[in-house]
Design a protein around this ligand. Sequence first.
Ligand code: SF4
Length: 411
Amino acid sequence: MIRMKDVQMTGRHSDMTQHETQEDAANGITPGGTTGAFRDVLAKDHARRGKPPLHLVDMNAEQRIEAANQLGLQPFRVKQLANHYFAHYAVDAARFTDFPESMRQQASRIFLPRLINEVTRQTADEGTTVKTLWELFDGARIESVLMRYPKRTTLCISSQVGCGMGCPFCATGQLGLTRNMSAGEILEQVRVAAKAMRDGDIAGGPGRLSNVVFMGMGEPMGNYRAVISAVRQMSALPPNGFGISARNITVSTVGVVPGINKLAKEGLPLRLAVSLHAPTDALRDELVPMNKRFNTTQVLDAAHAYYLASKRRVSIEYALMRGINDQAEHARELARRLNHYGDDWVHVNPIPLNPIEGSRWTASKPQDERQFLEILHHAGITATLRDTRGSDIDGACGQLAAKNLPVAAAV
Ligand code: SF4
């Protein structure tokens, strides 16, 4: 079976130029994050876990042709496979009637290995919210959440197993980072959800997956290369992607400034969500350890630059914690900081915290939530209390996602 490691060792890693490699290394955005600024937030067993099986979507054009050659397949067969995958969400090559029967099994094994297996599925909101726990090739577990609304259907996906950012109020942060996910593992969450919607498996009948948010487990900027590859393949039209508009894809970050800057140069109209959680450095240093590396001024400068480059309003995610960051003075300071950059560039999403059992971090009182919103509105800032659909299955950069995943810690 071809694995990521094998391809990297050939030194032909797809779309990566020498210049990019050096720049990324300086930024800390490196393949697998094993060097640079993120190496200290990687789990110790990161290296020995190995890499997921290489999938069609993890290969560049050259690698796809090479793999086809090894199987004795004509290059156009690769396009056929991609079409089955992206246009029809199909992975069972045994049913690809336009494919030589003798090659179906081999093609399936080399190009479409199974990357995620469903462990459990929970539903809420009369079946329109579905949370799925997935097991990956090495036993690691992640989850995704599908939320169907009257006019859109949003999938919240994971990009890492666990998270290395260590925010003390966050369940995922307590797990630490096990490893980065491959583009294939990320995209498989999307394919399965898109197929379920098309086939009418979600309450409400057949429909279309319209939105994707990187707010499951993990810090997407800590796995930049796989995330951007997945984003490009989500948004391209078949047979190169699923055809989900880039405008409907949200990448969330805890404030990894080099990642935000790099994303701004991609030329994609993605929505950026920044998990700020505090309006001052003194408070954010306590809540978000990454703030010691990139402080609130650097993060907000980068977020505003992203707005200017993309013309997309930035979302500011703010988990409201009782007595910690949810008082009038915090709302006023947040409004002041955001208005410093001008009007209408930002949308604030205060989120009722889903507390970790037994921790001192707990949800705000309803009256404090209301007051927080009122102060922002009064200062001219658009703000909406985040929908807590399914009561606990949405959140900023995954902090709520691991609540029902105690098993993941033991994997
Ligand atoms: S709040 Fe977000 S960045 Fe912080 S540990 Fe949790 S998932 Fe990671």
